[in-house]
Design a protein around this ligand. Structure first.
Ligand code: DC
Length: 230
């Protein structure tokens, strides 16, 4: 029997990747962070000097897209995002990349390229994939779809703590909150594959749930799907 795929969508910084990683580890699935892929394309565009005061040069980025290769490298328990063979895992998490990524992720050609790559990665099953359009567009047939949400204040605090722990010095809670609000708005309002809660998704509000509580709840959902298919 083919292993199931799990699609996790939701707002920025509500703990999707932590849950996805933990679930993948517990079940022996492969974790795929699609946000990292959009971040890597954004870093590419920044390095090419495609952002200016008047915004992003979209047509130039689209014409350079064929020069962009994104892969993941496993290092022990960790997964590192690779842009054209270079480990960019740390760089793509900066607030600067976060502030530019929405302009890149709304471009149709970027989404088409990454969607194909993501579908290829999941074709054999056994994948936990997180993002914004996984249940709706990338893996509409995923056996388990989860829509994650959490109180905006709690999300901002978690993201701020994460950035501080990584040594990102010159940031304020206000900057982090503003970035989250802006990204949520763009992600839910863009034309191309916006973030939506699909009808067959299970909603997980983790405002008051610990990591372990979330993991055991989601694992019980996986278990019930797997045992029904046996
Ligand atoms: O999950 P994240 O915050 O690292 O994602 C970064 C950005 O990429 C997010 O603001 C929206 C975009 N994104 C997307 O449009 N579609 C996805 N499947 C994943 C992320």
């Amino acid at each position: 029997m083919k292993a199931i795929n799990v699609a996790i969508d939701g707002y920025s910084s509500c703990g999707k990747s932590t849950l996805a990683k933990n679930l993948a580890k517990l079940r022996g699935f492969i974790y795929i962070d699609t946000g990292a892929m959009y971040r890597a394309v954004t870093l590419f565009a920044m390095r090419q000097g495609l952002f200016s005061d008047i915004g992003l040069d979209e047509s130039q980025l689209v014409s350079l897209l064929r020069d962009v290769t994104i892969t993941f490298a496993r290092k022990g328990d960790f997964v590192r995002t690779m842009l054209n063979g270079e480990d960019v895992e740390d760089e793509i998490r900066s607030l600067e990349v976060s502030n530019h990524v929405s302009q890149v992720s709304k471009i149709k050609a970027v989404r088409s390229k990454l969607k194909l790559l993501q579908q290829e990665m999941a074709k054999s099953g056994g994948v936990v994939m997180d993002g914004r359009d996984i249940g709706s567009a990338v893996l509409p047939d995923a056996e388990l779809k989860i829509f994650m949400t959490a109180d905006p204040e709690v999300r901002a605090k978690r993201r701020f703590d994460e950035l501080v722990a990584k040594g990102s010095g010159d940031i304020s809670m206000e900057d982090v909150k503003a970035n989250l609000e802006k990204r949520d708005h763009i992600d839910t309002h863009r034309t191309e594959d916006p973030l939506i809660q699909v009808d067959d998704a299970r909603v997980l509000d983790n405002t008051n749930l610990s990591r372990n509580e979330q993991l055991s709840l989601v694992n019980s959902w996986v278990e019930s799907i797997v045992s029904r298919a046996r």
